[in-house]
Design a protein around this ligand. Structure first.
Ligand code: FES
Ligand code: FES
Length: 204
């Protein structure tokens, strides 16, 4: 029988949506990113490329980073979603990653930052003490147009307990810098989307 409802937990709160094309219903073609941003007003995670290539829309799904623009909401039944808005602990305050990003000025315009923090959270949940190289690989699915990668690496290395990553040096705005993080758009289809593959593909 065709599913009539989709139930998902977002930042600890359960939501139940009727599926369909009627007023107020979630159409089968609606992405998780659209549901989060437009229905739930959780606009922290951004949508930029809308095709799995930049990581701006990364959220946690059952503890793993996924690109929410690549997943249909109807595929999320029973899933536990955490967005940047839900990362702060109500008792303890900011997540250590959020604090490290502030302390290390690990952003410029900030557009990519929520997705980068959620991808870093996913990495640290899987491996609390990644090496600097593992961090670079782990972050290779997230793109920053402002080249904040150096300070991003410094912040994540700090939380991972690696001390100062020598490659994560500060640079001046006009320096001709190379992105220290490899760019791997295919990363968004795996492992970020493992078990949550939608019907979308980069060729759609
Ligand atoms: S907006 Fe989802 S990966 Fe770019
Ligand atoms: S800080 Fe501007 S896109 Fe990353």
């Amino acid at each position: 029988m065709k599913k009539q409802y989709v139930t998902l937990t977002v930042n600890g709160r359960e939501y139940r949506f009727s599926i369909g094309d009627g007023f107020g219903q979630v159409p089968p073609s609606e992405t998780l990113s659209q549901t989060l941003r437009k229905r739930l007003d959780l606009t922290g995670s951004k949508e930029s490329c809308s095709e799995g290539a930049c990581g701006c829309c990364t959220v946690l799904m059952d503890g793993k980073g996924v690109t929410s623009c690549m997943i249909l909401t109807v595929e999320c039944d029973g899933k536990n979603i955490v967005t940047i808005e839900g990362l702060e602990d109500p008792d303890k305050g900011l997540d250590p990653l959020q604090q490290a990003f502030i302390d290390e000025y690990a952003f410029q315009c900030g557009y990519c930052t929520p997705g980068i923090i959620m991808a870093a959270k996913s990495l640290l949940l899987e491996n609390p003490h990644p090496t600097p190289e593992e961090i670079k690989e782990g972050m290779s699915g997230n793109y920053c147009r402002c080249i904040s990668h150096y300070t991003v690496l410094r912040a994540i290395n700090k939380v991972a307990g690696n001390g100062e990553d020598k490659t994560a040096v500060m640079h001046r705005a006009n320096d001709d810098v190379e992105n220290p993080i490899p760019i791997r758009p295919e990363k968004y289809l795996s492992p970020y989307a493992i078990g949550t593959q939608s019907a979308h593909s980069l060729n759609d």
